[in-house]
Design a protein around this ligand. Sequence first.
Ligand code: AHR
Length: 653
Amino acid sequence: MKNSVTIGLLSLAMSAGAAVNTLSVDIDKPGAEISPTMYGLFFEDINFAADGGLYGELVKNRSFEFPQNFMGWKILGNVELKDDGPFERNPHYVHLSYPGHAGRLTGLENEGFFGIGVRAGEEYRFSVWARTTDSDSAKITVQLVDKSSPRTNPLLASSTITIKGTEWKKYTVKLSPDQTLDKATLRILLAKPENSVDLEHISLFPVDTWNGHENGLRRDLAQKLADIKPGILRFPGGCIVEGADLPTRYQWKNTVGEVENRPLNENRWNYCHNNRYYPDYFQSYGLGFYEYFLLAEEIGAEALPILNAGMVCQYQNRPDDQLPLDSIRPFIQDALDLIEFANGDTTTTWGSLRAQMGHPASFGMKYLGIGNEQWTEIYPRNLEMFISEIRAKYPDIKIVGSSGPKSEGKEFDYLWPEMTRLGVDLVDEHFYRPEEWFLKQGARYDSYDRKGPKVFAGEYACHIKDRKENHFRPAILEAALMTGYERNADVVRMTSYAPLFAHVDGWQWRPDLIWYDNLRSMPTSSYHVQKLFGNYRGDNVLSLTMNEKPVTGADGQNGLFASAVADSNSERVIVKVANTSYDPQDITINLRGEKHKFDSCKIISLTSGDPLAENTLDEPDKIAPESSLHQFNGDNFDATLPGNSFHVFIFSR
Ligand code: AHR
């Protein structure tokens, strides 16, 4: 029996003589295993993704360690900066004292990250390290205020803390604003002007963080990550790994232990290609390696840390301006210690720190990337030393090497054979490429050596020329590329779109997967594509042909890219089809084989009549997948796919 279905915006019947594209799936012959790590996430602190984004902290420059110590703060009355505080790696704090005469106030206001987003009725945990300096006790008033417009009562929430004694102690209080505001200000005042206090590490978090952790993550953003059902979480970057220079490289050891004592680091993205400059972009490291491992565990992903290969960023420095080989031992030690931090038992130095931080059980880390985007022979030279020491001590750790910043060409052609020679387990490939490139990648992995290192497509996104936005068209091209990953799941074992996050008020790079302001967040079309692949990964590739030829999206295949997988747990067959042409395409999905007979087909479609359409924070669901359920009583399923669309067909019993 024939089923015929029309999907999406167009209502076209199959016309006589129209090209029919028959996708034949051999359902009885499961092929390569699809790695559970196949569809993952790339996290980097770019576009205010950590501080000001996923990390729940709402106070900017909470420890007064920015080079301009009061950046983000407004001073009221008599506030002095001091530098002999209780946290040796963040020594600055403030001393608040009598403002000069009784009618004045002493205090501070913090502007947050593009303002402080608060919701009516929700609770916010304010905390501060404090001591009195001239009496047994002193009071401070903590307020959330609306300074955006002249109002009779700009106060959203207020509370008082009594500070007792001259020893440093942590004080907390919960604030419940009575109104929702995306750009509130935090104000701290000496309640009695004649008192004086010292304040350090002034912090404000929503109580309702992801999984309720106190040093936690913004819940809506973490939930969006979990919803993808990612197989890996790559962190902390990206170019962040190298920093702007060696001193500002990402050093994981600075990101663990008590948050108050994690030293500030400059963010390599504090300037950018778009002539925007963010002098206030630093890494507090409140979201550090412990928090990344925990996040990975809680969203069901394998952790994939990437460490510096003992190299300076080659984009920002002369490519050969590198450390001599005999100086890279500390970098290798960092890698060995990281494995101990993640997996070592609690009697080890680093395993014991993990336990003190709240996770005595091993994180079960299996993968480690060395180097991000490097080229020249210095990279394989260094990597060889890392591999030899890591393998000697931790032979089960899978090592990820890099093929450089480009999708092909001189550096790529040099590095891939080098990675094979060194015997890395996976090679990280990066593609920020235009539409035309994506359309030619259908057969990219067909010719890869099946016996060599596997592929980690670790950063990719379709960048349409002169229009680097998150509109609909690039998402369809990404879906097309991903069908090629899936058909070649024996070679491609991990993938991640990049970058992941962007704050609408402070981005340096686009397109990105998820956008947000201080209160709202929205998925892009590309996010929906990632989520569909993550949620309908399947576990074995099924052989698929189009009109009896391999599916490559080549000429004669009408812009169609497709893959088919078996999901053995649920006994489903899943076929994904991207129609990259602007014309509707008739397809027949022909399920060949005796093993299963299916009686329903659910179709999830991502369509838009406008290739330039995009979701916004005001219209976050303008583009969203739509589902329909159809009966299916035979071997063939017919459908007409609108031009520029992506579909997941799920055949079930
Ligand atoms: O994703 C943004 C940047 O692109 C990454 O930091 C880097 O690896 C690549 O060049």
